[in-house]
Design a protein around this ligand. Structure first.
Ligand SMILES: Cc1ncc(C[n+]2csc(CCOP(=O)(O)OP(=O)(O)O)c2C)c(N)n1
Ligand SMILES: [Mg+2]
Length: 392
């Protein structure tokens, strides 16, 4: 997506102030390259003195905007489909588009990603058909994409478990000698603020650290773990946890697609060159419900949501593109039209998804089945057959 090397520069330690502009939320330590008003910040310094910047072409800036809008629109369509009874559940990414598109576009082809259940934006950037997670949430298949082909693993609902899978995989990458150069492989594990309280996540920090695994921990701090606010998870900023495990941590403005890209690209490149793990805390906000089964009005106030609305990731990119005059008049309407067309197409395809035979649920539990499973399948088949010819 970016031209040549996308221009993340690391110039080592500098005595200059941390950031040219302290952000109003997330503290002065927040790495930000695009303000909520759409003003570009030339470069920003991380806590260890790393200087972050991006150098995109106009076409690339427009591409990032398009990604953000498409990802939001497809997500809204999925929420609507759930409301109409077409999906069992949906976990919306609303508000987290910039964190995910920035990280997703920063990955190189050979990099491997381990997602949670909310990473629809990263999935989109990996080139996976957006209908696939809808099949999973419709309950008609297991997701369907090939993790090895797209280098994007299956969604993980068990909180934090995928960080251990990622740590093991990344250790394997290092042992196979696949790190060390520009073509080295790096691994990224996505998880939430709530997941940082899980043993699994802390264990994966230890393993990745002591084995110098090429693993970037990408925590989307969306301020909530269902109804539990951040202050129930931690008394220190999450990115600072990394120090205790022996690797660097950085907090990025998760509503700023440029900063998310810069920080992720830098961390992944370090990992692929053999410099070990790091933690990125993408400071963002879950604008919607936890899932379609949740009612956030029961545990958070409207003014908080409104304050975050002013930091909307798409609005700031739109303001930037307009101010810089790098779009013509029809651009925004064209992107909206493309998003509308793609979401209509998505809806049509979801409605046309065939219902599987219930007995196929036994098919993919183990690669080669098991006697116990065979017995269960037989019992279940008999049970289903007992309905044949009845009105129910
Ligand atoms: C091991 C485990 N415990 C509890 C749950 C129930 N659960 C589902 S989502 C969630 C909150 C996760 O919050 P966070 O890590 O912040 O991610 P977010 O949903 O905000 O993206 C919990 C507790 C689970 N899925 N797995
Ligand atoms: Mg959360």
């Amino acid at each position: 997506m970016a031209k040549g090397d996308p221009g993340v520069t690391s110039r080592g330690r500098r005595a200059a102030p941390r950031s040219k502009r302290a952000a109003d939320a997330g503290g002065p330590e927040l790495v930000q390259l695009l303000t909520p008003e759409g003003e570009r910040i030339e470069s920003a310094l991380g806590p260890d003195g790393t200087e972050y910047r991006v150098d995109f072409t106009d076409e690339e800036y427009r591409g990032l905007y398009r990604d953000l809008v498409l990802v939001r629109k497809l997500d809204a369509e999925a929420t609507a489909l759930q409301r109409q009874g077409e999906l069992g559940l949906w976990a919306s990414l609303l508000g987290q588009e910039a964190a995910q598109v920035g990280a997703g576009r920063a990955l190189r082809t050979q990099d491997m990603a381990f997602p949670t259940y909310r990473e629809h934006g990263v999935l989109y950037c990996r080139g996976i058909d957006p209908i696939m997670p809808l099949g999973l949430f419709r309950g008609v298949d297991q997701g369907g994409w090939d993790p090895n082909e797209f280098k994007f693993n299956m969604y993980t609902i068990v909180i934090g478990a995928q960080t251990l899978h990622a740590a093991g995989y990344a250790m394997g990458v290092a042992m196979d000698g696949k790190t060390g150069g520009d073509d080295g492989e790096a691994v990224i594990a996505f998880f939430g603020d709530g997941a940082t309280s899980q043993g699994d996540v802390n264990e994966s920090f230890v393993w990745a650290s002591v084995f110098n695994a090429p693993l970037v921990f990408f925590c989307q701090n969306n301020q909530y773990a269902i109804s539990e606010p951040l202050e129930r998870q931690t008394r220190v900023p999450l990115y600072k946890r990394a120090g205790g495990f022996g690797f660097p941590g950085v907090r990025v403005d998760g509503n700023d697609v440029l900063a998310s890209y810069a920080v992720t690209r830098h961390a992944m490149d370090n990992a692929r060159h053999g410099q070990g793990p790091s933690l990125i805390e993408a400071y963002t906000y879950r604008m919607g419900a936890h899932t379609t089964s949740d009612d956030p009005t029961r545990y958070r106030i409207a003014s908080e949501v409104e304050a975050w609305q002013a930091k909307d990731p798409i609005a700031r990119m739109k303001a930037f593109l307009t101010k810089q005059q790098i779009v013509d008049e029809s651009f925004f309407a064209d992107v909206d039209e493309q998003a509308r067309t793609e979401s209509v197409h998505l809806r049509e395809r979801v409605l046309a998804m065939p219902d599987p035979q219930p007995v196929t649920m036994f098919d993919h539990v183990y690669p080669n089945g098991s006697p116990e499973l065979d017995e269960q399948r037989e019992q279940f088949s008999k049970y289903m057959a007992s309905f044949e010819g009845s009105a129910h």
